[in-house]
Ligand binder design. Structure first.
Ligand code: MLT
Length: 273
């Protein structure tokens, strides 16, 4: 694990430490985890990709071993963190992949820093902003995290993150997901919840994406359903959609081999373009 001190925001004199793993030769692939997880979400992808790619998996601000900033952390500020991490690692352009909140950050990154993107991978995510009801729910969840800790969030989220089959028969997957949630600092989770509630509708931007894009989604994802990926697939020129059977929201964990096949096939096709 490496730690990186860098400027978090161009307008604010504030520094955070960002934790990340990095390994491998070849074109850079940066993978951004969802909420409220950490970089271990990508363990199975990291192990495979590092043979042929320079894989970078950061803990997003307020998550895992990265430093927390209290208040509201927007998707744009997380995207800025990633741009500065790439500067630090002297990576000019990368494939940026994100799952769920990581996808919101990846879309913000593509909008803010189009010159730094080689390709996009958007997994179990969506382009729409929150509804008013969802925003109110985020505020309730943020308050709950601050007063009761992460357990109620873990209990509420787990049945939506994995399929009922995984819940019943794959305790190691369930335990991994639960431990990522429980290890998230409540202040970091609350700040990300407020940032997600503020995020903008990215649908108008989709038509401007001009890099190869892979969309992946678990067929049984109740949080960001297949329809959300179909919407993005229709709007993004030349994108490809892979629907993963027997998976809910953390499709990369539940069906890591299928997810990796889709990812590696896409990365190879990008390299030969
Ligand atoms: C995530 O997995 O990152 C979150 O479920 C996304 C969200 O709450 O919108």
């Amino acid at each position: 694990m490496s730690h990186l001190p860098f400027q978090t925001d161009r307008d604010v004199d504030e520094r955070v430490q960002l934790a990340f793993d990095e390994s491998g030769p070849g074109p850079a692939v940066v993978l951004l985890h969802g909420f409220p997880f950490d970089r271990s979400l990508w363990r199975r992808q990291f192990d495979v990709l590092q043979n042929d790619y320079r894989v970078v998996t950061p803990d997003l601000r307020g998550h895992g071993a990265s430093e927390v900033t209290v208040g509201t952390v927007t998707m744009e500020s997380m995207a800025g963190d990633i741009e500065r991490l790439m500067d630090h690692l002297q990576i000019t352009r990368a494939t940026i992949g994100g799952l769920s909140m990581g996808g919101y950050v990846a879309l913000a990154f593509a909008r803010l820093f189009p010159d730094r993107i080689q390709a996009l991978v958007l997994a179990d995510t969506r382009a729409q902003a929150d509804t008013e009801e969802a925003k109110q729910n985020r505020a309730v969840q943020a308050e709950k995290a601050m007063t009761e800790g992460m357990k109620p969030i873990a209990d509420a989220m787990l049945p939506k993150l994995v399929t009922t089959e995984t819940m019943a028969s794959r305790p190691e997957v369930v335990e991994h997901v639960r431990s990522m949630i429980m290890n998230t600092p409540p202040e970091g989770a609350a700040a990300a919840l407020r940032g997600m509630a503020e995020r903008q509708d990215q649908r108008p931007f989709l038509k401007r994406i001009d890099v190869p894009t892979l969309l992946i989604v678990g067929r049984n994802d109740p949080i960001t359903p297949v329809a959300d990926s179909e919407l993005m697939n229709q709007a993004i020129s030349g994108s490809r959609l892979e629907v993963i059977d027997d998976a809910a929201h953390v499709s990369n964990l539940e069906q890591s081999d299928r997810f990796n096949n889709a990812l590696v096939g896409f990365l190879r096709s990008v390299a030969t373009n």
